[in-house]
Structures are given as C-alpha cells and as structure tokens.
Design a protein around this ligand. Structure first.
Ligand code: SIN
Length: 290
C-alpha cells in the first residue's frame, strides 16, 4: 500500500472505543459494519437507546441486529426515528407505500441490488439510509449475503493528485442505467440528477466518493472517453480493495440498517433456484453538498 493509503486506514482503525450504556456494539471489521445487541426493535426505543444507536450508525455505517421479530409498524417506527419515510418508487400496487418487498422466486434470473450501488442516488435528494428485515433465507441455509463498502475510505485511499482532480467534478446519476437495456416499468418515473462527485456527509462532514456503477453515467466536465476511463477507475476502487467491504450473512429475523450517504452495497445472487424474502423501509435524505 502507498503511505497515503496506510494513513487513511490508520485514521479509521485507531479511533477510541465508545462507552455504550444501553446496547453493545461489536465491529464486523475495523473498517465497516457492527453487530448491535441488547435492543428489541419490536419495542419503542428510549431516547438514550436512540442516541447511542445514532452514534454507532455514524461510526460504523452498517448496523446488524439479530433475532428480531418486528411488524411493518415497528419497522417504520425505527426508520422514522432517523428521518422522513421514503415512498417506494414505483409505488407498490395495493400495498404499503413505504415497504419494498425484497423477494426472490425459484425462477428468478436476477435479484434487485445485484451490483454495487447506494439506494436512490439518481434522485435529486438521495436516501439517507435503508433498513432491511430478512425473514427467509435460501435453503439449505446459505447464500444471499450482502456486501457493504465504506465510501469514505474509498475516497481517502485515492492519491492526493487524483483527489485534486475529482474534488471539483460532478457526476450524472441516471435511473435508466440500472436497467442495463432491460425494459423499464411503465410506472417508473426515471430520475436523473447531477451531484458532486465527492460529497460531504451531512452529519459528520467527512468526504465520500459518490459514484456507483448502477446509476452513474457521466462526468459532464470531461469528454466522453475521459469520463468513461475515470468512472471505470473509480468504480473499480471497491472490487479491487476488499478491505473496504464487510459481508453480512443473513439469518432469518436479521435487520440491517445502512447509511446510503457513505456506503455502497451489493446483494449476492449465488442461491438459484432457492428463495429469499424480506422487506425494506428507506429514509429520505436531503440535497448533497460537495
Ligand atoms: C438492496 O437494497 O439493494 C437489496 C439488498 C439485499 O437484498 O440484500
């Protein structure tokens, strides 16, 4: 590793441990993700529990809760403690407008989220975070893991020269890119937005590399071929650096809450022809600033 990459990793891994009173937090890796225990998400959380949960969320970016039995009401109450609920787009027919079903049938040829992305980056105001509750995992009990990558560190590991190039750029995020030539549902209003290529996390002010292969189509300040080359290089940061990512192995009744502002995730479809089921509630974010 280059010295600037080591320095970036060291800044993350040498933070002092927190002193939690109402819950326990155990890191999945020193870089990203933590398992939180001691909370029943089926009950209303106290102010102190919520405050500690928010601290853990900002520190670890992905929180995993095991053995939770929650109703759609509990699920939405937890999300609402972090911000306004985000309606599903396109709206589900005759179903709760805030609950997205994540469901894989035995015939599925692909699954939602099977590529590196953050939720809603093509929207003018992308999502703050998503909370996924998985209740059925693939038989015979393995596969369907989800990977999560720390996009603060992806930015921090760029060379100083590359940082000075990307810091002043913007990028176009286009909802059509995710369909990769497949038909777009007629009731999906395809969002297209321009965001700074490097955004600042609204709560911690830390910089984030904010491009992803599922939605980002173009850097408008560069020529078409320059844009392609720079985007491909930036997209490759995550698959080329496994240390950026953690892997969540689901069990039935696992809840995972991730920060879409600084994390990308990738659902893994390695379980054909088995099934998997869960429900996701998302939280609205605000406009992004560079
Ligand atoms: C998604 O939100 O992209 C789906 C994640 C998953 O199914 O694990």
């Amino acid at each position: 590793m280059e010295q600037y990459e080591l320095d970036a990793v060291r800044r993350i891994t040498t933070k002092p441990a927190r002193d939690y009173r109402t819950l326990s937090v155990r890191g999945l890796t020193p870089i990203i993700g933590a398992e939180v225990s001691g909370l029943d998400l089926g009950a209303e959380l106290s102010e102190q529990q919520l405050a500690e949960l928010k601290t853990a969320f900002l520190d670890h970016h992905v929180l995993v809760f095991r053995d939770q039995v929650i109703t759609p009401h509990d699920h939405k109450r937890l999300a609402a403690a972090f911000g306004e609920l985000r309606p599903v787009n396109p709206p589900p027919k005759d179903a709760d407008p805030y609950i997205l079903e994540i469901s894989t049938s035995p015939e599925a040829t692909n699954v939602a989220g099977n590529g590196w992305h953050a939720d809603g980056t093509a929207d003018a105001e992308p999502s703050l975070g998503s909370i996924l509750y998985i209740t059925r995992i693939p038989e015979p009990g393995s596969g369907g893991d989800t990977l999560f990558a720390n996009m603060h560190l992806a930015y921090d590991m760029l060379s100083p020269t590359m940082k000075s190039l990307v810091d002043g750029l913007t990028a176009i995020h286009d909802g059509a890119v995710a369909f990769r030539g497949h038909p777009i549902p007629p009731d999906y209003e395809v969002p297209v937005s321009e965001h700074p290529l490097v955004v600042r996390h609204p709560e911690t002010d830390r910089k984030v590399l904010y491009v992803n292969p599922a939605y980002t189509s173009r850097i408008p300040q560069l020529s078409e071929d320059e844009s392609r080359a720079v985007l491909d290089m930036l997209f490759a940061m995550v698959p080329n650096r496994p240390m950026l990512a953690c892997r969540v192995r689901w069990e039935p009744n696992t809840v995972v809450f991730w920060d879409n502002r600084c994390v990308q995730h990738h659902a893994t479809y390695d379980y054909y022809p088995h099934t998997r089921y869960g429900q996701r509630v998302a939280i609205n974010g605000g406009p992004l600033k560079g």
